[in-house]
Design a protein around this ligand. Structure first.
Ligand SMILES: Cc1cn([C@H]2C[C@H](O)[C@@H](COP(=O)(O)OP(=O)(O)OP(=O)(O)O)O2)c(=O)[nH]c1=O
Length: 191
């Protein structure tokens, strides 16, 4: 079987891939994450997932390289990772009491042939209504800081979730069922 390389520093992505029982290595390469803000979110996450995977594939002669990128959108506005407490509070304030979309881009590249499959998935997440006190207490747990949209569905923000439509794992950062479909194209079968 071809070696599998995860081009991600995200512990969540590492855990989700490990859950599949696959052997894989982690290799990270710095990429320029700047984008044209006019680009629709689905294309943004695909472009960044591809950049992350390509940067690692370029250093290898073989192996399947997996890259991913996650962002949150609310009424077509992109919410990235919050820079500070104020921004994190602002993001949760906007998300509470309504529904938003989480996009994850996924790129799998065969380093030997350069064959690439690039795709994305969207999941709709609805938050309960929250008080300002709850929002501040949540932000002060420190959980929001390295997460798109300033929350972790798999963490303490789980108590804020009213409903999810679509793939839960996509929100955490890796659309696992879609990944299995893509890996199959490269001859890797999970089950
Ligand atoms: C919305 C949401 C995002 N996130 C995380 C997933 C991603 O790790 C992060 C979005 O940032 P990304 O830029 O997609 O990824 P990353 O910087 O963590 O890792 P790398 O670029 O090396 O692959 O937000 C959660 O863990 N839970 C959530 O509920």
């Amino acid at each position: 079987m071809k070696p599998i390389i995860l081009a991600s520093a995200s512990p969540r992505r590492q855990e989700l891939l490990a859950n599949l029982g696959l052997n894989f290595e982690i290799k990270i390469s710095d990429v320029d994450e700047s984008l044209d803000e006019q680009t629709p979110p689905a294309q943004q996450v695909e472009q960044l997932a591809e950049r992350k995977a390509r940067a690692v594939a370029a250093q290898l002669t073989q192996g399947l390289v997996i890259g991913a990128d996650t962002l949150v959108t609310l009424n077509n506005q992109v919410l990235g990772k919050p820079k500070d407490r104020r921004e994190a509070i602002e993001m949760i304030k906007q998300l509470q009491g309504r529904s938003h979309e989480v996009y994850t881009g996924l790129a799998v590249i065969d380093a030997a042939t350069d064959k690439a499959v690039i795709t994305h998935q969207a999941t709709a997440v609805r938050f309960k209504s929250l008080t300002m006190e709850q929002i501040e207490r949540y932000v002060d747990t420190g959980e929001p800081y390295d997460k798109a949209g300033a929350y972790a569905v798999q963490g303490k923000a789980s108590v804020f979730i009213d409903s999810i439509r679509g793939c839960y794992f996509n929100v955490v950062g890796l659309p696992v069922a879609k990944l299995a479909d893509v890996l199959k194209v490269f001859g890797v079968e999970i089950i």
